[in-house]
Design a protein around this ligand. Structure first.
Ligand code: DAH
Length: 345
């Protein structure tokens, strides 16, 4: 009895060795027969009870050999089959077939507007200064001559970091003025684009985050006439050669005197329309001569140096230029909106 059972296992091993599955289907049949859950090797292990005790060990080893041989054959044939499939796929590759089109991205309208403004000022010698968005109270407010009781310093208007009265999200890019002036000696001629934050209720007209570009020019003998000429050049480059500007007296803690600048409406040319609310003028930025107190706060001798500064909102200009009526569109990342600016400039 024993030898008969041994012979059956040996025969099976022979069968496995000589099996030559040559394609996927044959390989699967092989797997089911010798390695699947209902394979033919498993019941042979049960037959061990018919084997004399002293031969049980040999028998067990023989059945295990059958399993191992099946596994080896399966793995080597599997590799061959996969290789053959990959080669066949290459042979069927149609090199003349048209490629998959890759959708082209586009720059964000805020980036486009910001780049355009930076480019205009770069052409007259301004270099870009980029600084941190998490600022301390001194650079954002104190150095910029903003009094202790100024409403902007209030928690209602400014995002302070958790448990801090010192660290905040900058409320304007004017903080870059303080950063630059404390580290560089005049002449200073910088343009500072970047994101700013204010604790505002989000609506179509205002957002808790937006972008500004700050400008600062400090040297000996810089005058209000320099400021006016620089801004006129900017307005003409940005809104067209026919653009006129108008400066209205205003107040900012960090400039004296201060002004707000309007440009003649680029849509109606000044005759009055919806964009300029029938006035013919559109407000673009705040500016002025750097207050001597700000220069002194930052270690610059105000008896020797003077300077001008200006700051403008990017969203506002992009909205005017493209007649966008809701600021929230800039932050929603809806590609149907963003795709429209592919060739905006
Ligand atoms: N920082 C001001 C704001 O956020 C804008 C501004 C006004 C900047 C006048 C200036 C300036 O540099 O001179 O509203």
């Amino acid at each position: 009895m024993s030898t008969e059972v041994f012979d059956r296992v040996k025969q099976l091993i022979e069968e496995i060795r000589s099996a030559k599955p040559s394609n996927k289907e044959e390989l699967e049949a092989f797997r089911l027969r010798f390695l699947g859950t209902k394979n033919v090797i498993k019941p042979l292990m049960g037959e061990i009870r018919l084997i004399a005790n002293e031969l049980k060990k040999d028998y067990g080893q023989l059945v295990n050999e059958a399993k191992e041989v099946a596994e080896t054959v399966f793995q080597s044939v599997k590799e061959l089959v996969e290789q053959a499939e990959a080669e066949a796929a290459v042979q069927h590759l149609d090199l003349t077939a048209p490629g998959e089109p890759m959708p082209l991205g586009s720059r964000h309208p805020i980036t486009l507007t910001m780049n355009r403004i930076v480019d205009i000022f770069s052409r007259i010698g301004f270099t870009v200064a980029e600084e941190r968005e998490i600022e301390d109270d001194w650079h954002n407010f104190t150095a910029m001559n903003t009094p202790e009781d100024h409403p902007a310093r209030d928690m209602q208007d400014t995002y302070y970091l958790k448990d801090s009265t010192e660290m905040l999200l900058r409320t304007h890019t004017s903080s870059v003025q303080a950063r630059v002036m404390t580290h560089q000696k005049p002449p200073i001629r910088i343009i500072a684009p970047g994101r700013v934050y204010r604790n505002e209720t989000i609506s179509a007209r205002s957002h808790c985050q937006f972008h500004q570009v700050e400008g600062l020019y400090i040297d000996e003998g810089v005058s209000f006439a320099d400021l006016k000429q620089t801004l006129l050049y900017f307005a003409k480059e940005m809104y067209g050669a026919d653009t006129r500007i108008r400066l209205r007296p205003s107040f900012f803690p960090f400039t004296e005197p201060s002004a707000e600048m309007d440009v003649s409406c680029f849509l109606c040319g000044g005759s009055g329309c919806r964009i300029c609310k029938q006035t013919g003028w559109v407000e673009i930025l705040g500016c002025g001569m750097v207050d001597p107190a700000v220069l002194e706060n930052c270690g610059i001798d105000s008896s020797r140096y003077t300077g001008f500064a200006f700051g403008m909102g990017i969203e506002r200009q992009a909205m005017l230029l493209h007649q966008i009526n809701d600021i929230r569109l800039f932050f929603e990342n809806d590609v149907r909106f963003l795709n429209q600016f592919k060739s905006a400039f």
